[in-house]
Design a protein around this ligand. Structure first.
Ligand SMILES: [Zn+2]
Length: 271
């Protein structure tokens, strides 16, 4: 039984167990696009099997960013004949340089991937690169726009827009706090405001994890992050030696607030 949720004609989303990763599927008349491949060969095969319940067409893959749960399943798709893997240039470079170092993160769910032993455990680096300009990918009767709103959750978050649906990757997360480890908090707040302004063009917005999001959800996420940036900047100005004082006032959990402050300091230093 397929668990695909239909979000517009020939647009689907599959939520897999664990981190509730959302994989997108857009089916054209000649090709279909798979958006994010899972955290290793086990999840990748589960996703591919679900894709094959929907379509037998040749596939192209998009990785929304360089976090393991979004690209460690690529090798399964390469094995299925996929030769076109799209990503933002910064994402592709990060996967190439540091993809291997993320293997330890999947020791529990994907032991083969963690060990680098077994089939479909190689790191497949995206070879079709998007930079600052949007790229249109024609799937036959369905054109997908791949575009970049600047740095945010990472320095290479790619958005995938169709006639009805925006697949936003982890720029938008539903059901858990945003993840700031590799983020650019100030620019992320800006990207979210931008995204919120675009939201009306799409009937559906699919986050990287969790349930589809309303206009209000994205607006709130944008406002919350802008406010958090202001609060943290002010707090670090008042007590420059102990920025952790800002943690209790921030609208995120303690661990994510710690990362938020750390990344805000690191990324603002370059102003
Ligand atoms: Zn992520």
């Amino acid at each position: 039984m397929s668990r695909w949720l239909e979000v517009g004609p020939d647009n689907y989303v599959l939520t897999t167990q664990g981190s509730l990763l959302n994989t997108g599927l857009v089916v054209g008349s000649e090709r279909a696009m798979v958006i994010d491949t899972g955290g290793g060969p086990r999840q990748g095969r589960e996703i591919l099997a679900a894709v094959r319940e929907k379509t037998a067409l040749p596939l192209v893959v998009v990785n929304t960013h360089a976090h393991y749960d979004h690209f460690f399943g690529n090798a399964v798709f390469a094995d299925d004949g996929v030769s076109e893997f799209w990503a933002h240039g910064n994402c592709a470079a990060e996967i190439e340089e540091n993809g291997d170092s993320q293997r330890r993160a999947v020791a529990a769910e994907e032991p083969e991937m963690a060990a680098g032993e077994g089939s479909d455990v190689q790191i497949v680096v995206p070879n079709a690169v998007v930079k600052d300009q949007p790229v249109l990918v024609d799937l036959g009767g369905q054109t997908v726009t791949l575009f970049y709103l600047g740095r945010g959750h990472t320095d290479g978050d790619l958005l995938v827009g169709t006639a009805t649906t925006l697949y936003a990757g982890d720029l938008v997360e539903q059901g858990s706090h945003p993840s700031f480890e590799d983020s650019y908090p100030e620019e992320w707040a800006g990207a979210l405001r931008h995204l919120s302004a675009l939201r009306h063009r799409y009937e559906f917005l699919i986050p990287g994890h969790g349930a589809p999001c309303s206009d209000q959800f994205v607006k709130t996420m944008a406002n919350t992050m802008s406010t958090a940036v202001r609060q943290a900047v002010q707090a670090t100005r008042e007590t420059p030696d102990d920025a952790t004082k800002a943690i209790p006032i921030l609208p995120y959990g303690p661990e994510q607030s710690r990362w938020f402050i750390k990344r805000l300091q690191e990324t603002r230093a370059h102003h």
